[in-house]
Design a binder for this molecule. Structure first.
Ligand SMILES: CC(=O)SCCNC(=O)CCNC(=O)[C@H](O)C(C)(C)COP(=O)(O)OP(=O)(O)OC[C@H]1O[C@@H](n2cnc3c(N)ncnc32)[C@H](O)[C@@H]1OP(=O)(O)O
Length: 226
């Protein structure tokens, strides 16, 4: 890759992005970065070398080998929908946190009074209200509403059309299924899987599968981190 042009970069907004992953989730991130008028320098993927007319840069092993030449020149996003795979790639490529950027759709509403950590992706029509914290490498998928004073962990996926009421927390790696609603002041644990269309009325412990209206625990001790 020609990095000469990058030595002329002066504005942080001009720093090009590199995606790790080239599936359906990555396609949506490409759209968001295009909407944000960000440049995309290419992608790494272990299985696919042809994606959205972007330059193929190699496998994650290649990235591991060549990462020094990318550091400080690009923002990376791990563009993989699975929470456990996203974390596994994060551990494997071992880039420092400042190597990661965010992708935030311009047609989302994000309160100025919140924190979103590096690597996180916010899709179209998302609302994030005041005093909420979103961890790193998480996904707020299309049309989800994260109310005030939420605490969303790292590697979380809030699927399209979910509504989380105020003062709710979601632990690391948890996937909340499409169209789920959650009342206020609920604690959802780490590495949980909540099924589509659930209504969460009670706290959900770590490592559980829950679903239904109201959501009930269907399986304990699941380890979707592995
Ligand atoms: C942009 C994107 O695409 S983002 C991705 C969005 N995707 C999602 O949100 C997917 C969420 N996944 C689900 O809801 C899945 O059904 C899961 C994870 C909850 C369960 O999957 P599995 O463990 O494979 O369950 P399985 O399909 O075997 O179903 C077992 C039983 O639970 C029921 N069931 C499964 N999911 C649900 C649900 N969400 N709500 C109510 N009942 C359910 C099934 O009907 C079945 O009932 P039965 O035994 O009476 O026939």
């Amino acid at each position: 890759m020609d990095s000469k042009a990058n030595s002329l970069l002066t504005d942080e907004n001009d720093i090009p992005y590199i995606l790790i992953g080239a599936g359906g989730h990555a396609k949506v991130i490409v759209d968001i970065l295009n909407e944000e008028k960000k440049k995309i320098a290419g992608f790494f993927d272990d299985n696919k070398s042809d994606f959205e007319n972007l330059e193929y840069l190699g496998t994650t092993d290649d990235l591991l080998e060549k990462k020094a030449e990318y550091t400080g020149q690009y923002y990376f996003i791990i563009a993989i929908g699975s929470c456990s795979r996203r974390k596994a790639i994060y551990i494997k490529v071992n880039l420092t946190d400042d190597c990661y950027g965010t992708a935030i759709h311009p047609k989302s509403y994000i309160s100025k009074n919140i924190k979103i950590a590096e690597g996180t992706v916010v899709m179209a029509n998302v609302v994030v209200n005041s005093s909420t914290t979103i961890g790193k490498h998480s996904i707020l998928n299309s049309g989800s509403v994260i109310e005030h004073d939420n605490d969303i962990g790292d590697f979380v996926h809030i699927s399209p059309g979910c509504n989380l009421a105020g003062e709710t927390s979601v632990g690391e790696g948890t996937h909340i299924g499409i169209g789920t609603n959650c009342i206020q002041q609920i604690n959802i644990g780490s590495w949980c899987n909540v099924g589509a269309g659930s209504v969460i009325l009670k706290d959900i412990p770590d490592n559980t599968l829950s679903y239904g209206v109201p959501a009930k625990i269907r399986k304990e001790g699941i380890n979707c981190e592995l």
